[in-house]
Ligand binder design. Structure first.
Ligand code: UT7
Length: 337
């Protein structure tokens, strides 16, 4: 670490899930699917769906307020808000600006980050770099998604998989000689060659919304599930292993793995390949499905509040998503988060 770099501390976490629960049984009433198929193939039992007027910025603001409370900070303390999302309220301005207004953090910078399901890990890399370099003191990083708004609820191959929600962390500059670095290392990567495996065809500038695009359902999420599955398993394990090795650790040193919550079978395969017992993985996808950029921060908050993260213990985050994008972060859980 250079003389100019600062310590980065995870100071608080928060999350928010919409009240409405949609179970597999509910879905089986409208499409040809079953609780048995969804549980066996994915591990998902239910997901949350935001209300008609409940925007990603509303969920992000709730998660952000909870993280601020946990950190013992006020909105005025925040220097930057970063929102990782692929379902922002509007094409522009950014959801982060809307969150800034909603939580009353008037004098900070605010921007969105687009890396799909890997957005939170990408955001950790950006936020921690800004703090380490001395640019900002307190950063509010949020993953927030309203995937229900881009799902084709008649397509059983996608609509059963995803859900809505938001999770947040406060990253702060460590103060005083006793401050211990929470971020040991982060690795991110991307491969745009496989962008066509998971994407939204219309709604951007290449295919703006038209009556025709809407009639053809081109604004819905599309995924080649089998191919994404194969890539996810390989890349998540590889990235995690490389990150651990780079910092002189092995998977056996990790006390809690918080993976992107897409499919229980992906997590089980990763556990086998990493040779880490499954009970060291924090899994909540049975209750939320895949909430993309919100999935890791929601799980991190729940794991912290459930006492699953021992102060001083190593925590590994691993993400994978559209882009393709991926990332892993090795954390040392702070004593006073
Ligand atoms: O967050 C970004 C990362 N995303 C992911 O990681 C998702 C990765 N992919 C997956 O999790 C899995 O590939 C899926 C859960 C999407 C699909 O599981 P699968 O075991 O790969 O199933 P499949 O796509 O091979 O489909 C098997 C069968 C098909 O029927 P046929 O062609 O064998 O007759 C599907 O039509 O299951 C059928 N099927 C369903 N049946 C009942 C697909 N979806 C459903 C459904 N209910 N919801």
């Amino acid at each position: 670490m250079s003389a100019a770099s600062h310590t980065v501390v995870i100071r608080g976490t928060g999350s928010y899930a919409p009240a409405k629960v949609v179970t597999n049984h509910d879905l089986s009433k409208t499409i040809e699917t079953s609780d048995e198929w969804i549980v066996t193939r994915t591990g998902i039992r239910e997901r949350r769906v935001a209300g008609r007027h409940e925007d990603p910025s509303d969920m992000a603001a709730e998660a952000g307020r909870a993280a601020l409370k946990a950190a013992g900070l006020t909105p005025a303390d925040i220097d930057a808000i970063i929102v990782a999302t692929m379902t922002g309220d509007l094409p522009f301005p950014s959801t982060a600006c809307l969150v800034q207004h909603k939580i009353g953090a008037r004098k900070c910078t605010a921007f969105d980050l687009a890396a799909a399901c890997s957005g939170f890990v990408y955001g950790l890399e950006v936020a921690s770099s800004l703090i380490r370099a001395g640019v900002h003191r307190h950063v509010l990083l949020i993953g927030a998604e309203k995937l229900s708004s881009i799902l084709n609820w008649q397509d059983r191959t996608t609509c059963v998989l995803f859900g809505d929600g938001a999770g947040a962390v406060i990253l702060s500059r460590g103060e005083g000689p006793g401050a211990r670095n929470s971020i040991i290392g982060i690795r991110t990567g991307a491969d745009g060659e496989d962008a066509g495996l998971l994407y939204q065809h219309a709604g951007g500038s290449r295919h703006p919304a038209t009556a025709d695009s809407v009639a053809h359902g081109q604004h819905f999420l599309r995924m080649n599930g089998r191919e994404v599955f194969k890539h996810a398993v390989l890349v998540m394990e590889k990235t995690a292993t490389e990150l651990l090795k780079e910092h002189g650790y092995t998977a056996a040193d990790v006390e809690c793995v918080i993976p992107h919550q897409a499919n229980r079978r992906i997590i089980e395969t990763m556990a086998e390949r990493l040779e880490v017992p499954l009970d060291r993985f924090f899994i909540n996808l049975d209750r939320y499905g895949n909430t993309s950029a919100a999935s890791i921060p929601i799980a991190l908050d729940e794991a912290a509040r459930a006492g699953r993260l021992r102060p001083g213990g190593l925590v590994l985050l691993v993400a994978f998503g559209a882009g393709l994008t991926w990332g892993a972060a090795l954390l040392r859980w702070p004593a006073g988060a």
